[in-house]
Design a binder for this molecule. Structure first.
Ligand code: SD4
Length: 332
């Protein structure tokens, strides 16, 4: 509890920008607190990503501004976080499992409903690109572990040691107690899920993570699983998740959000319903884990909701790259 509090407080001070940005978001919001909605205008291009990831959204925006596809934008945006060794939840520098191995999960989905994913991949930084290769170059949709790695090397991916000195140090410290307690809101960035609409109005999404720190060897979360960590339907919109993957998986959260939008809910309303469903099913357990969702619809309206305070998301649209604090369920 103490460590979590500390991390939340640490986030609080470093999120000064976030807090003020959220005020702007609220001002423009049509009805939902903390959400950014903007009537029925079709806003494009637009990028939305989980957490405070302005460099990633800026990269994706650059791709879109140059007429690139939403698929290229989300891939290249996510690659920024994968290469950032200061992000302890994604790519190189990600915190390892309890045996000290960094294992990555990622998936990508395009406007035609194509999907590619890799799970439990070691030694390759850009697993989002590997997931895209699975989607485009194989007859399959998922490759895992050694097979995914082998395919990666065949495709020209570099073999790298993903365990940085600081992640190794953190793991050694963790081993002193070996207490497994997933930490919510690691600093102010975490797994990156990204959704984009390009200038043609087509939607794609991507999600990449090193999963939960100190997880059991072999564990895979929601992030690479279609419908859970990510779902895109180009007619309706898209959604992506961050947080405790086990809980997202059990409610197929991202698919649920897209289906709720199909039934007429706004992205904000859909994210709220998905979080409420997880909370309801969890009894009292929700107090100990975080889940956050972001969503976008075909009009470029966005939504975000989480269980506990301090989840944030970044939106790049109309030339502005801003981080917003998500509204949240647990006011206790
Ligand atoms: C997982 N959902 O592996 C990921 C982890 C995450 O914020 O998003 N952390 O369960």
């Amino acid at each position: 509890m103490k460590r979590r509090k500390f991390l939340q407080n640490a986030s609080l001070s470093s999120l000064g920008v976030v807090a003020s940005a959220s005020v702007i978001g609220c001002k423009n919001s049509t009805k939902n607190k903390g959400a950014y909605t903007s009537g029925n205008l079709a806003i494009k291009p637009i990028v939305i990503a989980t957490w405070e990831t302005p460099n990633a959204t800026a990269k994706a925006w650059e791709v879109l501004q140059n007429g690139g596809t939403a698929l290229d934008a989300v891939e290249q945006g996510c690659m920024i976080e994968e290469a950032d060794v200061k992000n302890f939840s994604v790519g190189k520098g990600g915190l390892p499992d309890r045996d000290g191995n960094v294992t990555l999960d990622a998936c990508i989905m395009d406007k035609d409903g194509n999907y590619g994913a890799v799970m439990y991949v070691q030694n390759i930084t850009h697993v989002i690109s590997l997931a895209r290769k699975v989607m485009e170059k194989t007859p399959h949709v998922i490759l895992t572990g050694k097979g995914a790695e082998k395919f990666g090397y065949e495709q020209g991916f570099k073999k790298e040691n993903l365990l940085t000195e600081s992640s190794k140090k953190a793991w050694k410290k963790w081993k002193e107690t070996s207490q497994y307690k997933p930490i919510i809101n690691i600093e102010n960035h975490d797994t990156i899920g990204m959704l984009a609409i390009d200038t043609k109005g087509d939607i794609s999404g991507a999600c990449t993570t090193s999963g939960l720190a100190y997880k059991m060897a072999g564990r895979v979360g929601d992030s690479p699983i279609i419908g859970s960590g990510l779902f895109i339907d180009n007619e309706i919109g898209g959604a992506t998740a961050t947080g405790m993957g086990e809980e997202v998986l059990k409610t197929v959260g991202s698919f649920l959000i897209v289906e709720l939008m199909r039934q007429g809910k706004t992205p904000q309303e859909a994210c709220e319903e998905a979080v409420r469903r997880i909370v309801k099913k969890s009894g009292d357990r929700f107090k100990d884990f975080q889940v956050g969702f972001i969503a976008i619809n075909k009009q470029g309206e966005t939504g975000a909701y989480c269980i506990h305070e301090w989840f944030s998301y970044t939106v790049y649209k109309q030339g502005e790259n801003k981080n917003y604090k998500s509204s949240f369920y647990n006011k206790a």
